[in-house]
Design a protein around this ligand. Structure first.
Ligand SMILES: [Zn+2]
Length: 446
């Protein structure tokens, strides 16, 4: 048993700050069925749990969720590769991202995933939803990612971005890897394990998925009981291509194939129409908004964001820092003249927990008895009062990842008193070595 003593509990939804409270947590091996969850929240709990490990700190909050990222791009930071400038997004995919993902082999993927997970943990991110591509190393790639999540100690949702861009065999391999991994997780659960990660069915984007592959993805969604995770309408090209080639809006096309439901995630959706947004709302499908990535790729701004009922926030691989992402989302929206306040984006940040809950089958995102013990302890000394009414304001203008002191996932510390429990030095050194190798492989793939 672990006891956080006299901490102020920060809640995201609804935003609130408690008086000093004690929070008792079952460690991962304790409390049988309740292992890794919050046991009790109250006052004077030290006398009820005399054997508990006692931890003190300022503020305790639920961990943060990144609802859309690409760990395979973690080694792209500061990339020194000669890349021709791109005139549009499709060219940028070809000249940069597809050259990068083709150069990924399994050791590069492992180093990239470990570095990305370690970075996320340091920013107070406890759940990471990944969308993986690496067409020359598809088989087994999701298990390599799973191992990295487990080594660092993060929760997550994994999939492989199925695409037709490498021919029908590449597409079949993508679908097969998604299904293989879903079965791996089902088997682990059937044997009594409680894996930190689950799998869903991944697809790259509307314009790289033809009808035959869409049919196979639809079968995989049905067979696995999972949802689809796909980029739709990130760039205008995707929306135009769907209407030109298929005579259907993107969302309509994927919905007709039975791929969109409450476990599905649509990345970006910058160029969706009103009727598509309505359809996503009806299906309960999540829309992952990635403000920084949209700005960096100059794909445009999602003018219908406020009409979407299930907006979650992702980084799209930009970096793992979700507070930074939250700030960009809020500021870019203000710049667009939109009506949302930081509090609306805080609701989006919190909603990533609903996505994870639909997979892990346990409640998360609140510091309450019975919820998953995915927690962040913050060292934060605000220069102004911090109360329920201004939590989002403190996140937008003050609280940052530099205040993260300890991070817990499922009752186990991932970082304790700023000391990672994983081997950060080894992960960093391994990543730098593999990054150099990745960049060299990219040079060879012009
Ligand atoms: Zn993405």
């Amino acid at each position: 048993m672990i006891l956080f003593e006299s901490v102020r509990v920060l809640s995201w939804e609804p935003p609130a700050v408690s008086e000093p409270l004690d929070v008792a947590v079952y460690g991962r091996g304790e409390g049988a069925e309740k292992a890794g969850t919050i046991a009790e929240v109250g006052t004077g709990l030290a006398s009820r749990y005399p054997g508990a490990r006692r931890i003190s700190g300022a503020y305790l909050s639920p961990g943060l969720v990144c609802a859309h990222t690409h760990l395979y791009s973690a080694l792209a930071r500061g990339m020194l590769v000669s890349i021709e400038p791109s005139k549009d997004f499709a060219q940028q995919l070809e000249r940069l991202w597809w050259r990068l993902d083709r150069a990924i082999d399994l050791p590069i993927l492992e180093a990239s995933a470990l570095a990305g997970c370690a970075d996320a943990a340091a920013c107070g991110v406890t759940s990471l939803v990944d969308h993986h591509a690496g067409p020359e190393a598809i088989d087994g790639s999701l298990s390599v990612l799973r191992k990295a999540y487990e080594e660092v100690g993060l929760r997550g949702l994994l999939c492989y971005e199925t695409t037709d861009r490498n021919g029908p065999e590449g597409a079949r391999a993508g679908v097969a890897e998604n299904l293989r991994f879903a079965r791996e997780i089902d088997a682990a659960r059937a044997s009594g394990e409680r894996p930190l990660v689950d799998g869903c069915i991944g697809a790259h984007a509307g314009f790289t998925v033809g009808d035959e592959t869409l049919g196979a993805l639809s079968d995989a969604v049905r067979a696995s009981g999972r949802g689809l995770h796909v980029h739709l309408g990130e760039d205008k090209y995707d929306a135009v291509d769907s209407r030109r080639l298929h005579g259907l809006d993107l969302v309509e096309r994927f919905d007709r194939a039975g791929c969109l439901g409450p476990k599905s995630v649509v990345g970006h959706g910058v160029w969706l129409t009103e009727s598509e947004v309505e359809l996503l709302n009806e299906r309960g499908t999540f829309l992952a908004h990635n403000a920084r990535s949209n700005m960096n790729n100059a794909v445009g701004y999602n003018r219908l964001l406020t009409r979407s009922r299930n907006v979650v926030l992702g980084t799209d691989g930009t970096s793992a820092d979700m507070l930074e992402e939250f700030r960009f989302a809020a500021f870019r929206h203000r710049e667009s003249g939109g009506p949302w306040w930081p509090g609306d984006f805080l609701r989006c940040l919190d909603r990533g927990n609903r996505l994870m809950e639909r997979y892990i089958g346990a409640a998360q995102g609140r510091v309450e008895a019975g919820f998953a013990a995915d927690l962040v302890l913050w060292d934060y000394e605000p220069p102004t009062p911090l109360v329920g009414g201004n939590v989002a304001g403190h996140l937008a203008f003050g609280l940052s990842s530099r205040s993260v002191r300890s991070v817990m996932v499922g009752g186990e510390f991932v970082i304790k008193d700023r000391e990672p429990r994983f081997d950060a030095e080894r992960i960093g050194a391994g990543a730098r070595g593999e990054a150099a190798r990745l960049w060299k492989r990219m040079e060879g793939r012009k």
